[in-house]
Design a protein around this ligand. Structure first.
Ligand code: NAD
Length: 257
């Protein structure tokens, strides 16, 4: 049986370990035959990410790419163009805010912490989109990950909520720009999942429990469900969906007070 993504090449940014949402998506795309290139943040993650890459059905390449550094992004894309003449799918599953920034009140976030948060969590999506665009001559999908704290107040999430709002607006502007090229741009907005990044938000454990108790489906979000939704968005069936933030949150976001 031919996989749904056979013949497609995907770039995946944001696998740190097997709990990473990017890993759930890599597995879903890989299982349907996509060839994957994983971009990881730094040498510290190399061994782990290479091991994960080798466990995929079609073995994947792993290349270092710290998105804070334009030079590393250029190098990453130069290596990608050598391996693959075209790219079809790109996942940006990256966010960062300095720990101190999340520990302070929102109004106390300083200029440097604000800048770093928006640089890594928002600008990097544009930086990646710009380099991917010329390789996506067959059209395709740029996908990022966001959270409901962009829209409604979630205690302790503040600076990241502001960054996610900017990221979702960026999805719409990129979708507008790239639509004529057949490139769709979307965001997935999962409910809380216990990952490295999530554990940086204080009160995360209570948040996880609250979602599980209150969401209409009364269960936590399984990263495999995020993967399955990303797979749908990568297929022709989603060919008319662009510029959207799609909730994968067991219905939590429909609730009022
Ligand atoms: P994670 O810690 O597994 O992934 C975050 C990734 O960002 C890591 O792989 C890390 O290496 C990468 N990263 C950070 N700074 C980087 C840099 N300078 N260069 C390159 N990579 C860098 O956690 P996750 O929860 O899988 O997070 C992935 C995305 O999902 C994030 O955008 C996060 O905001 C979003 N999200 C997470 C949840 C959740 O509850 N876990 C919910 C909604 C959205």
């Amino acid at each position: 049986n031919k996989g749904l993504l056979e013949g497609k090449t995907a770039l995946i940014f944001g696998v740190a370990n097997r709990r990473s949402l990017a890993w759930g998506i890599a597995q879903a795309w890989g299982a349907e035959g996509a060839s994957l290139i994983l971009g990881y943040q730094g040498e510290r993650l190399r061994e782990n990410v290479e091991e994960l890459a080798a466990s995929l059905p079609k073995s994947a390449h792993a290349l270092c790419c710290d998105v804070a550094d334009d030079g590393q992004i250029e190098k990453f894309f130069a290596a990608v163009s050598e391996r693959s003449p075209s790219v079809d799918l790109v996942l940006h599953s990256i966010a960062f805010a300095p720990k101190e920034a999340l520990e302070h009140e929102f109004s106390e976030v300083d200029r440097d912490d604000f800048r770093v948060t928006f640089d890594i969590s928002v600008y990097s999506f544009l930086a990646i989109a710009r380099r991917a665009k010329p390789l996506m001559s067959r059209g395709g999908l740029l996908l990022t990950l966001t959270y409901y704290g962009s829209e409604k107040v979630t205690p302790h999430y503040h600076i990241m909520g502001a960054a996610k709002a900017a990221l979702e607006a960026s999805v719409r502007y990129l979708a507008y720009e790239m639509g004529p090229l057949g490139i769709r741009v979307n965001a997935l907005s999962p409910g809380p999942v216990n990952t490295l990044a999530a554990r940086g938000i204080s009160g995360f454990t209570q948040m996880l429990k609250h979602h599980q108790d209150k969401a209409p489906l009364r269960k936590p979000v399984d990263p495999a469900e995020v993967g399955a939704t990303a797979l749908f968005l990568a297929t022709e069936g989603a060919g008319a969906i662009t510029g959207q933030t799609l909730y994968v949150d067991c219905g939590y976001s429909i609730l009022g007070a």
